[in-house]
Design a binder for this molecule. Structure first.
Ligand code: HEC
Length: 255
């Protein structure tokens, strides 16, 4: 009995050391460049999905039409097309870019499907024009769903400079505010370029990436002048100007 126990223990030890000696899978040892790539891909996919809702705003607000055909599957497929246009390459498939990248892609696509599926009644209400189903409203739900699915490993958020933010839940944290107010605000900062670094986050440290966005003409009917007047949504306009930094997509990959 005794010898048998020792032999078993020895076998267990050999097994453990064999595991420790095996090479660490690449996904567990992401370089800063890898992390930037995973976060950047998620920011682009998220922005692509929001752009699909923006492209379909007239359809969504068509009072005469009931079923808009914007199912989860349709919006996910359109998001892939949009991603390809924005990124200049198709959304990678399978484990390309590592396990975490694949998981994050799957979580974002599933979240698009979930959010659209959950809101079919809202979108398909006939006899009502403007419904309040806006790109930013969709983006908030998408961000929350993605962050929940990636439970503590990754999170995404749409935010804006403090002076412009409308939904309090989108307020920038200290790091986001600092990057927007200093890095992005610098006169010589390249337009549209993302910024990434290792930084603190209320849920723990991680690799943080943030992509700036600017007001285009179409944004100003809600976010523009005259400041304080109500827009079509009933909210107060921010007095934003054309090409002004209007918001940012913020992604974190936790340590
Ligand atoms: C029809 C009105 C309307 C238009 C057009 C519009 N927005 Fe918004 N935007 C809103 C509303 C309302 C919210 C708050 C959404 C919420 O409650 O979560 C918002 C939120 C945002 C946010 C999130 C931060 C915050 O303030 O809560 C950003 C960033 C943003 N908009 C940028 C843009 C940009 C850039 C455009 C143009 C491409 C645009 N918006 C066009 C109405 C609009």
């Amino acid at each position: 009995m005794f010898t048998r126990a020792i032999r078993l223990n020895l076998a267990a030890c050999l097994f453990t050391s064999a595991l420790l000696a095996s090479p660490i899978p690449a996904a567990d040892a992401l370089t800063d460049a890898d992390k930037t790539k995973v976060c950047g891909e998620m920011a682009t996919l998220f922005r692509a999905a929001r752009a699909v809702i923006s492209d379909n705003q007239e359809l969504i607000d068509d009072a005469a039409k009931g079923d808009k055909g914007l199912t989860g599957a349709v919006v996910a497929a359109k998001t892939r097309e949009k991603f390809q246009k924005m990124a200049g390459q198709p959304l990678p498939d399978g484990d390309s870019g590592g396990k975490l990248a694949a998981e994050a892609r799957a979580a974002m696509l599933a979240s698009i499907d979930d959010v659209m599926t959950a809101n079919q009644n809202w979108i398909n209400e006939q006899g009502k024009g403007f419904k309040g189903f806006l790109p930013a409203v969709f983006a908030k739900m998408l961000a929350d769903s993605f962050s929940k699915k990636m439970s503590g490993r990754m999170a995404i958020k749409l935010t804006a400079p403090k002076s412009l933010v409308r939904n309090r839940a989108n307020r920038p944290d200290e790091w986001e505010a600092k990057v927007m107010d200093t890095v992005f605000a610098a006169a010589n900062y390249p337009r549209g370029k993302e910024f990434a670094e290792q930084a603190a986050h209320k849920q723990g440290r991680g690799w943080r990436l943030i992509v700036p966005e600017y007001y285009g003409q179409s944004c100003l009917k809600c976010h523009g002048e005259p400041k304080g007047q109500r827009d079509i949504t009933g909210g107060l306009m921010e007095g934003g100007k054309l090409d002004q930094l209007g918001g940012a997509v913020s992604v974190v990959l936790f340590d």
